[in-house]
Ligand binder design. Structure first.
Ligand SMILES: Nc1ncnc2c1ncn2[C@@H]1O[C@H](COP(=O)(O)OP(=O)(O)O)[C@@H](O)[C@H]1O
Ligand SMILES: [Mg+2]
Length: 242
């Protein structure tokens, strides 16, 4: 059983609604769940079931309509803006389906970016950032591509750069939204394997939205979103586990 004190991140009564005309679209309806430190969780569900919405909330990129998310026991939406910015920059690494890499900048510069853009007085000096970024590019197998412009790299290479950029700050939590969704099968498999590898080597907690059922099954747990909540299958499996 997952004891609450072992949870790195925990959602309580989490609800997200969008106003559409004069009705509310309830995307997440009082969701409760916890992720243990070191766990690798897959989130699946049909298109429009709220997977990206959930990931945005977990990464403090959006606010819920009601409910809380606790990171290491602390209510993230009660934080001041600077604490939230710090959380986004240092504790969380994000990988999206469509990478927001800066196409005119090199792969290396893209990976360095999170270290350079920190608030006044907190940014890392350029040579340290470069050193750290090179280590990460090497880890994702792109040591030889550092000076290539991001926009000229293949889809799979861009995804590796994005992963290096997500990890360069040494985050505790990795959030990935359909990270293999735009890749061909073989490239997707390679990126999925890399996600599993860095999960272990970086001691991460990972929450990964995916449509790849093989990959989902390789994770510690699968959460399936359906009509605003996790489907009963998850409830059954967690009651069996407890
Ligand atoms: N900013 C928004 N305003 C209104 N509706 C939104 C907004 N973002 C997402 N939605 C709606 O919320 C639902 C869930 O979206 P999303 O989380 O992107 O689903 P998924 O990632 O599972 O495909 C969809 O019906 C989508 O249209
Ligand atoms: Mg989505």
């Amino acid at each position: 059983m997952l004891l609450l004190r072992d949870a790195i991140i925990r959602a309580e009564n989490l609800t997200k609604k969008y106003r559409s005309g004069d009705t509310d679209l309830v995307v997440l309806n009082r969701i409760e769940f916890a992720v243990a430190r070191g766990e690798r969780v897959a989130v699946t569900g049909a298109s429009g079931s709220g997977k990206s919405t959930l990931l945005h909330l977990l990464g403090a990129l959006d606010r819920p309509s009601s409910g809380q998310i606790y990171f290491e026991g602390s209510d993230i939406f009660a934080w001041k803006e600077e604490e939230m910015a710090r959380f986004r920059n240092r504790e969380v690494g994000y990988v999206w389906q469509q990478q927001a890499l800066l196409p005119e900048f090199t792969a290396l510069e893209n990976v360095m970016m999170p270290l350079l853009v920190r608030g006044p007085g907190q940014g890392m000096d350029r040579s340290s950032a470069e050193r750290q970024a090179r280590v990460l590019l090497d880890e994702v197998g792109l040591a030889a591509r550092g000076s290539h412009r991001a926009g000229e790299l293949s889809g799979g290479e861009q995804q590796r750069v994005a992963l290096a950029r997500a990890l360069v700050t040494r985050p505790k939590l990795l959030l990935a939204d359909e990270p293999t969704g735009n890749l061909d099968h073989a490239t997707g498999e390679a990126v999925a394997a890399l996600l599993g590898q860095v999960h272990r080597t970086h001691g991460l907690t990972s929450v990964i939205v995916t449509h790849n059922l093989e990959f989902a099954k390789s994770c510690d747990r699968v959460l399936q979103l359906e009509r605003g909540d996790f489907s009963p299958r998850e409830a059954e499996s967690s009651s069996r586990a407890s």
